[in-house]
Design a protein around this ligand. Structure first.
Ligand code: KIV
Length: 309
């Protein structure tokens, strides 16, 4: 296994951000080029989210995502990212059943190149079991997609004093159990800020306001590659989907119109080899011979060889 680069983001750097007030920047990525781009852009951490189920596989929810799918995505991301801290998202039913299963599956993420795993909900026992096994855990509270049916859908959490207090208590219990990071999804700014202040571990938000220790955004939302819905907390920085589509339209038009491929895209064959090919072949190459002679920069050597079957 290659040694970590000197500029690799570690938990120490992320903790330092919390101490100094520097915001940490997290984004999702699911494959090698996305990870390379995110890494080169200088994000602090990449989450290989089970949101890949929706962004990449076209499922309606994250529920059908399996461990094997996640491991394939994580391995690709780990090959593309040198410096970012890597978090693997444990998919539905990969940790809920028992501590043993949770630890075994968390281990698979580490073998796949992740630095940490993410677990949804107030799974205090599971988090403790994974943390005790030496694997860093990020807990995910607030809107937790695995239990969206129980929440009555994708709803903002912690909007009442009572429910915000529940999240705070869960957060404290998870920190106590040994989790290294907390992610809050879809919560009002103030309770998220209170939780970030109350906890000593870094607390990040996705749709949890600007007073937490860092932000996570789903890559496909950020660059315009996901169209099913757009959450209030998403800011779209570009329309990569439109750019790709117009490039494909141009490609289609150029192939149909004969502009692509062009001379600079061709591989050359040596003149004498072509002569041999034309001469020896028992196929008809009349068209090729005529085309070849008509080319302005082509060798003046006439190709006359044509052999009938
Ligand atoms: O899978 C994912 O990308 C996530 C975020 C929505 C937090 O869990």
């Amino acid at each position: 296994m290659p040694a970590d680069s000197k500029s690799k983001t570690t938990i120490l750097k992320l903790r330092r951000h919390k101490r100094t007030g520097e915001k940490s920047v997290l984004v999702t990525a699911y494959d090698y080029p996305q990870a390379m781009i995110a890494d080169k852009a200088g994000v602090d951490a990449i989450l290989v989210g089970d949101s890949c189920g929706m962004t990449t596989h076209g499922f309606k929810t994250t529920i059908p995502v399996t461990m094997d799918m996640m491991i394939t995505h994580c391995e690709a991301v780990a090959r593309g990212a040198n410096d970012a801290f890597l978090i693997g998202d444990m998919p539905y039913m990969s940790y809920q059943e028992s501590d043993e299963l949770a630890v075994r599956n968390a281990g698979r993420f580490i073998v796949a190149g992740m630095d940490c795993v993410k677990v949804e909900g107030a799974m205090v026992d599971r988090v403790k079991a994974i943390a005790d096994s030496g694997i860093m855990v990020m807990s995910h509270l607030g809107l937790t997609p695995h239990t969206r049916a129980k929440m009555g859908g994708y709803r903002v959490q912690g909007k009442t004093a009572k429910s915000a207090e529940v999240v705070l208590k869960q957060a404290l219990a998870l920190q106590e159990a040994g989790c290294s990071f907390l992610l809050l999804e879809a919560m009002p700014t103030e309770p998220a800020e209170m939780i970030a202040k109350e906890l000593s571990i870094p607390v990040y938000g996705i749709g949890a306001g600007d007073k937490v220790d860092g932000q996570l955004v789903i890559l496909h939302d950020l660059v315009g590659l996901f169209w099913e819905f757009k959450s209030k907390f998403v800011k779209r920085y570009c329309e990569a989907g439109q750019l790709i589509q117009s490039s494909l339209e141009q490609y289609r038009d150029e192939v149909k119109g004969g502009q692509f491929p062009a001379e600079e895209n061709f591989y050359a064959i040596k003149e004498e080899e072509l002569e041999k090919l034309l001469g020896d072949s028992s196929w008809k190459y009349e068209d090729l011979r005529v085309e070849n002679q008509a080319k302005p920069n082509h060798s003046a050597t006439p190709r006359t060889t044509k052999r009938e079957k």
